[in-house]
Design a protein around this ligand. Structure first.
Ligand code: GCO
Ligand code: MN
Ligand code: MN
Length: 388
């Protein structure tokens, strides 16, 4: 039996804010004490986590002076070397400070938008210094409660201006970043702009440098919107736009619960792992989730280890699925083949279209093809429950 122990080569990563989460929620104070960022990185590194992600303010307190900033950066680099952990992604906190109460990139106030740009540029510099290759944009405050206050058109236009500006900045600095925009339907705003993977994919095509920008879908955010995460991740991958992923778990149609990976909807989660592994997806297997509020400091590390272990177990199930004779036979059988017709449909030509129009079909006969999805799903179910 495999041990399901994480290794650096598995390329797992965590946001520093996940493990440093203190269990605060809108109704209650924190239940855990502050975990300082350097200890955080060290503890992740010790557990064979490959990379950490940070918001500027996770690492360097908002408003810190240069001396403190330099001290923390030096310490971070030392720990990265000592514990063989990389900085896999950087991002900006554009949601906590009250200055962003009505948005950052989409604020009506040009001074707030300019401050937001400045905050991002400064942290892009730091991310690049620490070796991050991905820069994530999560517009948590880019939304409304009062639709009379802002039109979606002006918000999206400003969002675009800021993204274009930052793409140019990264290019000018010679940074090798890929930008990943993270959709979320709501929370903390009543409604957030760029609510789903589909919104983000469409938006990217309107940017000056669309090739620099992709999506960072999050399991929890798709499920908050009642969407199928596997489909979200899958469409982004097919578009060549899956630049980063946020893994976690979520009961559907609720606030962002940030539950431990795999703790909800194991089947959908299985397909997310299958998508990433079958396609040898190049990014880090990144978790964005929080330990339960009831946990103490030890529970935080149980949560980290549990997330990685579940991923490795699901990956093992993927291998079983791919090797399972019954499943593979069904998958083979349900795919019809007709090379002549496929050729006809493959590329439009006027002659081909005439042939296709003249073709005779027997729809009743076609409809009789057996599709044993009961058997297929039951087999998968048994495999996931450990009896196949
Ligand atoms: C959330 C988001 C954030 C972002 C993070 C990275 O719902 O709070 O998922 O955790 O992923 O800010 O930019
Ligand atoms: Mn989230
Ligand atoms: Mn996220």
């Amino acid at each position: 039996m495999a041990s399901f122990k994480p290794k650096k080569e598995h390329r797992f990563s965590f946001g520093l804010w996940c493990t440093a989460n203190r269990g605060r929620d809108p109704f209650g104070e924190e239940t855990r004490s502050r975990l300082d960022p350097l200890t955080n990185i060290k503890e992740l590194g010790k557990r064979n986590v490959y990379g950490f992600n940070f918001h500027d303010d996770d690492l360097i307190p908002f408003g810190a002076n240069l001396q403190l900033r330099n001290k923390i950066i030096k310490g971070t680099k030392q720990i990265m070397r000592d514990y063989n952990i990389v900085c896999s992604m950087a991002t900006t906190n554009l949601f906590y400070h009250r200055v962003f109460k009505d948005g950052a990139f989409t604020s009506h106030d040009p001074r707030v938008r300019a401050f937001a740009l400045q905050k991002v540029m400064k942290n892009m510099d730091l991310g690049a210094e620490l070796g991050a290759k991905t820069y994530v944009f999560w517009g948590g405050r880019e939304g409304t409660e009062v639709d009379a206050s802002k039109t979606p058109g002006e918000a999206i236009k400003r969002y675009r201006e800021c993204m274009n500006y930052l793409c140019s900045y990264a290019r000018h600095q010679g940074y090798n970043y890929r930008f990943a925009i993270e959709p979320k339907p709501n929370e903390p705003r009543g409604d957030i702009f760029l609510a789903t993977t589909g919104h983000v994919l469409a938006f990217i095509e309107t940017l000056d440098y669309p090739e620099m920008v992709g999506v960072n879908p999050e399991i929890e955010h798709s499920r908050m919107a009642g969407l199928n995460t596997y489909h979200d991740f899958g469409q982004a991958m097919e578009a060549g736009k899956l630049y980063h992923v946020d893994l976690g778990a979520q009961k559907p149609n609720r606030f962002d619960q940030d539950l431990r990976f795999g703790s909800e909807d194991i089947k959908e989660t299985f397909f997310v792992v299958k998508l990433l592994e079958d396609n040898n997806w190049a990014g880090t297997r990144n978790f964005d989730e929080h330990p339960y509020r009831n946990e103490d400091e030890k529970g935080v590390w149980d949560f980290v280890e549990g997330s990685m272990k579940t991923y490795l177990i699901l990956w093992d199930k993927v291998r079983q699925f791919n090797a399972d004779k019954k499943i593979q036979q069904i998958l083979k059988d349900i795919h019809g083949t007709d090379p002549a017709l496929e050729h006809l449909m493959g590329r439009y030509t006027p002659e081909g279209a005439s042939k296709l129009r003249a073709q005779s079909f027997d729809p009743m006969a076609l409809s009789k093809k057996r599709l044993p999805y009961e058997e297929l799903d039951q087999r998968l179910q048994e495999l996931l429950m450990g009896v196949a």
